[in-house]
Design a protein. Sequence first.
Length: 305
Amino acid sequence: MAAAIAGSFVTPAQAAPSATELKKQIETASNKLEDVTEQYNAMNVNLKKTQADTKKLQASLAPAQAALKAASANVGTLATTSYMQGRVGPVSALLSGTQDSMMERMSYLDMITRSNQRDIDEFTAATQNFSDRQAALKATQTKQTAQLKALATQKTGIQKDLKKLISMREAAFGQGQETGSKYTGKIPEISGAAGVAVKFAYNQIGKPYLFGADGPGSYDCSGLTSAAWGAAGKSLTHQTKSQWSETTRISRDDLQPGDLVFYRSLGHVAIYVGDGQIIDAPHSGTVVKKRTINIMTPYGYGRVT
């Protein structure tokens, strides 16, 4: 009886996932990693911009300090003059000299007052403007650095999960990290910059996917498209959403080799090479490859101009 009761609490051994289930889990984790990677790339772009703005602010420090020094000197002169001579006001101007020159003295007094106030205003503005800009940039950089660190931690966690899944697949089915070889087929002859970009993409086939990489030994999806068009002399930001903004919208019917094809709500990007084919860096555990444009439903299409 006791044995029967004890046996009722034993949890059946969980069945090992099938090759199909493992493939699905790897793809899900890979897509998640790619999304995080694209966020990481975007944050890197933003952080670099903030750092560039900070350098510009530092470069503008010299003239700002000169203006501040001049304004400070003027305010100091006003303070010294006021201390030595006392406040000059309308009454003292009226009581001094003859009535004939009263209006002239009043006009002069008004000019001095406006000049004094302008010096004080310039001093205040120069101080406040520089301090505000410096504080805002510092706060932005601190926030972006923290976000970048959080994304990096998130990436590391997903990578560990992926590595475990790929190891499980390799142990059970002999399918671990995908490997590939250099493309040896015929590369289509395409004129202009698009031809250079397409040829570059063909020559990367077989190289491993690596998040955040833009060559020459490995790539992520936007790193590949950025490097391909970079070889053609066109600059694309290493980030899918940015590449969407940097390209001109076209329809599927208008697709030409060299155009970009976007997927998963701008979570993935590939380069179109003609005949319904793309070249892309799919996800972790895979290599750069040529495959059908219908790997999933395209989100949209972009042309580099």
